[in-house]
Write a protein that binds this ligand. Sequence first.
Ligand SMILES: [Zn+2]
Ligand SMILES: [Zn+2]
Length: 882
Amino acid sequence: MGSACGAAAGNFDRQLHQAARNDEVNLAKAALAKKRSSLNSKDLAGLHTALHIAAYEGSAGVAQLLLDAKAALGAKDGSRDTPLHLAAYMGQVAHTRIAQLLLTKRAAADEKGADDKTALHLAARRGQLEAVQQLMGQGAQPAAADKEGDLPLHEAARNGHVAVAQELLRARVPVDAASRNGKTALHVACTWGQEAVVEVLLQNAASVNAADICGNSPLHEAARCGRRFLCERLVSCRAPLEARNRDQRTPLHASAATGNYDFAGTLMQYGASSDAPDKDGDTPVHLAAFYGRTGVLDVMMQLRVVTLTLNKEGRSPVHRAVQGGRVAALKLLVGVAGRPTLQTDTPDNQGETPMHLATTLGDGHEVVETLAQNPGTSLEARRGDGLLPLLLAALQGKARTVECLLRAKAQVQAVDSSGNTALHFAAGGGHLSVVHALLTRQASPNVQNQRNETPFQVAGTRGYVEVARAMNPFVSVESTMPSVVTQAGPGAFAQTLPYPTYPAPVTLPGMALAGGTGSFSSDTARARSLPPPRTGKEPLMSLLRRGQAASPAASVTATFRSIEECISAAGKVEEEVDPITRFACSPNFEFFKPLGKPRRGDWLAEKKETGQTYTTYSRRMKPPMTPTKHTDTILLVPIGHSFSEGIAVKFLSYLIDYCTAFFVGMTVDVLDKPLSLAKMRKRMNDFMHEQYLIADLFDALHSETRSHRKAYCRLGITMEDIYPGEEWNYVFGQAKPMERVGVFSFARHSPFFYNGLHASQVKESASHEQQAVWLRACMRTMVHETCHMFGILHCVYFHCVMNGSNGPHDSAGRSSFMCPVCLRKLLLALSYAPAVTGVLPRYQAILQVLERLLADFADPSMEEVMSDISWLQKRISSLPAS
Ligand SMILES: [Zn+2]
Ligand SMILES: [Zn+2]
């Protein structure tokens, strides 16, 4: 393929292509007379012949001339479309003439193009009725199936082209023909809310009982889009109200989950059952509660169908609202707003009441508050293991939840079956703010549990100096600090706790405080097991810190940062003059979650990352290490010939746009000639594909881009698998911040990599969704590597696009966005052009690219892209007005 493209580029005749674009017949004649060999040559990008261009632009004169000169009728463009595809797609008068010319010359009417679509598919998608008639008049198959098994009728249905649908049905296309995923045209029209097409299909006896491969009926699909009219129309045609899909869900489940209350209400008025269980035993009420669909719940309340049904886990709708963290839905259900009350204390199969669940939620204090206000809620209900809500909250260090419970008069001295109070739990986990909350409500640090340990002793045993200090004023005389420290046994307390949810227990002999002798800087293992220091004032704490710094091993806790460290890593945000920047660079836990403790196999569990605060960055990175107006370009360098056609070309336009948006203010340029892989060192990977040595790619990047003076950094992109050295299996990408070069590979992100298909060959088999997910992964890797070239190191503070990642299973590295720490670094680097950079334009530009991605790939199941989009929308609306 590579050589063919080279030949095409060699013959390329700009004049001929320009003539085709503007229908300049004489110019085209002259060009052909001069160089006849250019008749079928493609443009520089290797995409289109002159005939493609004429067909697309409607240049009938030049098209006639080219056809008389016997131009190739079946030439394929970069997406495998023929000139006939393009003419049918455009469908205006001039295009119809050209299509006629092509067909008269016997162009194959059913030739398959991109995604195996025929010209008829494209004409149907665009609603080009004349083109549809013309093609069928020339024998085009009205029932041709594309790669997904869609017929032209599906295309017309999806896009609401009534006249075309009618025309196709007149040609006896089977109205219930199903695509590969089992969807009929009626499914598709319902999904996209195309009411007029639904009407036509029903008039043509389309089946309302058709099930797709997930078992969804047209009514399920309509429930998702939520048009009430569709509901009424389908039901009037006897669409089954209780049709079950693979998950045993009915259309009412679907509309309850998506929150289409009008639709749900209509279904229930027709008699749809609100307590039909799905495969988990969840009824539509459960789902509405879990997803917080208050509109649906409201309708259900009015119809008096909300009951205390339990699912297979024994959970009621109240449980489900708590699980989803849905405060408003909960208020409706438990009747805080003066409505009928639903029982709030029913335990599930594990003995958990909604209140137990609420205390274990991520940020559940509002849920707890709502439940606590309901007189039917008991604060002293014991879970299967004997724990009470207050004990659970204390165990997990949830200070605000603890405060809520205490305000609602939970018993502060209540104990578990081993005699532990909430203060024991808080002390054992080193949760200082919980300890404070409990002490304020008269919790005693002197109560002994069954092992005769007081909370004060527990804190001492585990080395929580601050916590012990907070309790000190309340401690009775006989248990003073030194005696505590020398008496308690190793790790005794750890075994009495039901859950080891706080930092790893002290397992070493002897005491963490070691009687204040300050001798443990040599014992790295011991230092590692201590919690991160909280303040830097006391001499004792500075000892702890020295102990940590001396730890040579890349240990788990060495790269796990405390909340305080995460916050202070963003530096003095007050210094930022612009209020939006100040806001955006302040750590805000609503949008950015601190990294949890790394799991085995995570990057952070295996690699020693020192972390890079904003202050460190700003001291080092000053122009010309950061971009200047003379070096304001990011140069993308395609590597290997895959970039002259196919999926890589499609991806490249997104990469350029995403990069431009992400690094707002920078210019993004693409090196016009891909680097050749011919001389690079390589080996075979596990899938018998060539894998290239990154060092060689870096060398070529340097030597081939030297003349590009405005390039601040150079990023190689390739469809080939890459590796940095013999000891590595592979990497997604690598960057050298000092030299400002980087490389990243599409290969491993491909949906078919692990099936052994080479990235450059994927297009044939990937669905839109798979392509979009792949592309999104590439976009994220690209900006990650590019940020490295801006001197930004791996982020160890928040979930962030700059997290190091050990692959798809890494618990970090899933965010697409920069945390406040990294964002502030990037904004500093881009500040050479303050007029064009800025937080808001940057977010807006990124949002636009993602929205285009969503529209172009038009797949409603692209959850990751959707969630990125909704994050951005939320984030943008949270920014202060400037
Ligand atoms: Zn990295
Ligand atoms: Zn970050």
